[in-house]
Design a protein around this ligand. Structure first.
Ligand SMILES: C[S@@+](CC[C@H](N)C(=O)[O-])C[C@H]1O[C@@H](n2cnc3c(N)ncnc32)[C@H](O)[C@@H]1O
Length: 258
């Protein structure tokens, strides 16, 4: 697809979705006046991540002080069904976060209320729900559809096991619309997992709101923190002590709220 065709297809797809008009306005603004937001501070962020990085196992055993059994060993049957659902999906969507870290931070916090941004096939939702359902907890997710893929919405969350779905509430808007709606229902959060708008400005807007709603002792996680310096700057400005976890050649950041 050449650039002109891509821009007109994107515009047309948005025009068919009045619920996403606010996001369309923001995208136009960003493309005209703020194109540097995606990669702002990437080099320094990557270097910072490399210096701090630990493995998933080190994080679970040394930071959370919990026994580490890999997620795939804990939920082999559910995982098999989930992989099958992904293979049968007719659209290609974003990759999974660290299922181990997501599962264990929910266990660590004894979470009843988790909020995530970015669902796609729903791997991170699956990991959070595997823990939440034991305590009859709820996962509130914000996810904007892949605008250029027809029927992508039919496959959002397709890997989430059926038995977990009564514990899941999905808001199908951009975060700027979803999060205020979620906050009408949720006043205190035990675990946050951020994996949606990866621009510097998008992260900074959402991190602040989510952090304020996170209870003391709760856990905040963000994916792909090497993409730009947002997570690093957020931690520095708020005097936080983050943990950086490397998996699949990417970095996730985690902060436990004191
Ligand atoms: C990397 S995928 C999420 C992967 C998922 N967390 C997992 O582990 O399987 C990112 C998702 O965020 C969504 N997204 C991107 N920008 C968004 C925004 N501004 N608001 C809400 N969702 C957004 C994308 O459409 C996509 O579904």
């Amino acid at each position: 697809m050449n650039k002109i065709t891509e821009i007109s297809s994107t515009l047309l797809a948005y025009l068919k979705r009045p619920d996403l008009y606010p996001e369309l306005r923001r995208k136009i603004w960003k493309n005209l006046f703020n194109r540097s937001s995606a990669l702002r501070g990437k080099t320094e962020a990557e270097q910072w991540c490399r210096q701090l990085a630990i493995t998933e196992r080190e994080f679970v055993e040394n930071v959370l002080k919990m026994d580490f059994v890999p997620f795939e060993k804990l939920f082999p049957v559910e995982l098999g069904t989930a992989l099958h659902a992904q293979q049968n999906a007719k659209v290609k969507m974003g990759g999974a976060g660290s299922l181990n870290v997501i599962y264990y931070i929910n266990e660590f916090a004894g979470s009843h209320t988790s909020v995530e941004t970015g669902v796609a096939y729903g791997w991170s939702s699956f990991a959070a729900l595997a823990s939440l359902e034991r305590r009859n907890g709820m996962l509130y997710s914000s996810d904007m559809p892949y605008i250029l893929q027809n029927h992508s919405e039919d496959f959002v969350g397709c890997v989430i096991p059926n038995q977990y779905r009564i514990h899941w509430s999905l808001y199908r808007f951009a975060d700027k619309e979803s999060l205020p709606k979620i906050f009408e229902k949720v006043h205190s959060i035990d675990v946050v997992h951020y994996d949606s708008d990866k621009t510097y400005d998008g992260r900074m807007w959402a991190y602040k709101l989510l952090w304020e709603k996170l209870r003391r002792g709760g856990v905040f996680m963000s994916d792909d923190i090497g993409d730009n310096a947002a997570f690093k700057d957020f931690c520095n400005h708020n005097n936080l002590s983050p943990h950086v976890i490397e998996f699949d050649g990417k970095y996730a950041g985690v902060v436990i709220k004191n």
